[in-house]
Design a protein around this ligand. Sequence first.
Ligand SMILES: NC(=O)c1ccc[n+]([C@@H]2O[C@H](COP(=O)([O-])OP(=O)(O)OC[C@H]3O[C@@H](n4cnc5c(N)ncnc54)[C@H](O)[C@@H]3O)[C@@H](O)[C@H]2O)c1
Length: 350
Amino acid sequence: MKLLVTGGAGFIGSAVVRHIIGNTGDSVVNLDKLTYAGNLESLVKESGSNRYTFEQVDICDRAELERVFETHQPDAVMHLAAESHVDRSIDGPAAFIETNIVGTYTLLEVARHYWNGLAGDRKGAFRFHHISTDEVYGDLEGPEDLFTEQTSYAPSSPYSASKASSDHLVRAWYRTYGLPVLVTNCSNNYGPYHFPEKLIPLMILNALEGKPLPVYGKGDQVRDWLYVDDHARALYKVVTEGVIGETYNIGGHNEKQNIEVVHTLCDLLTELAPAGRNYRDLITHVADRPGHDLRYAIDASKIQRELGWTPDETFESGIRKTVQWYLGNLDWCRRVQDGSYQRERLGVSE
Ligand SMILES: NC(=O)c1ccc[n+]([C@@H]2O[C@H](COP(=O)([O-])OP(=O)(O)OC[C@H]3O[C@@H](n4cnc5c(N)ncnc54)[C@H](O)[C@@H]3O)[C@@H](O)[C@H]2O)c1
């Protein structure tokens, strides 16, 4: 199979590319605009494979998308390209509307025309897999509730509203045009190659530098954490074995308050990178994010029952691996933090 992966230079997309190149015989075309979140240094090994190709393309650019489909003739699309950071969506929603909504629409249209032009088995086997988030469901009320595939959409932030909108477009392209789509909604991911603006890498790197660890409000927001490689395996299962038109929720059964996550990180760093200080002393509470959802938690029983997927990592094993990865890859982090990962690909000397 040849898979067109959009956003393959991002955090989850690069894990998907590493999974496909490392564990299957399939080929990947990584289509990515390389915004600030795209980093080809997450794919150094894979870029040497003859089953890997990179195309620097914006999903809003219809002519370029048509060229990529025409040139590479993919068997399936895994659509991960998005603006993904909630805080950035509050400061500047325009890019979220453009990429997440208009970009997904443009990709759907190009995929539809391409799929219409396929014949026989290739047409029957084609899939358009849209990768989305549990944030489209909004807040959970009681401690027992879980998001199921039937939960109504109630997004709270410009980010989650733009992702909800893209999910609706994908389903409409299935209902209206018969495009063979699959949708997945996943909980918070963590793991290697996560951009240092997100909670877990930010806390690890700030702690190592002795900087404050800023926690929103009381830190009592609950998220359901999934190790990124478990997500990548789930996505490959869905695109290869999922039922057309279906939605699958993906989650790790790991509900944790943000403050618990930060405490765990501090304690792991005390063990793995002792610096004669109690890292917990660096925690500072800052004003809460507007519209901050209190609790997300996923019921992932459908994908477990129907496709036989379960996560390999517990939160305890995954978070330990993650801290170890950051400690062993501080150079990757430094190059993101000082911007050299972007300057060098633009040919700008340091
Ligand atoms: N991170 C999570 O916890 C999480 C959880 C569930 C779902 N998701 C979804 O998974 C997907 C990937 O998330 P992530 O955390 O890897 O995001 P990310 O921000 O790390 O990566 C996004 C990638 O998309 C690329 N991109 C952005 N705009 C583009 C455009 N216009 N054209 C082409 N490429 C573009 C970026 O360059 C980057 O490589 C997103 O759709 C997100 O909504 C993320």
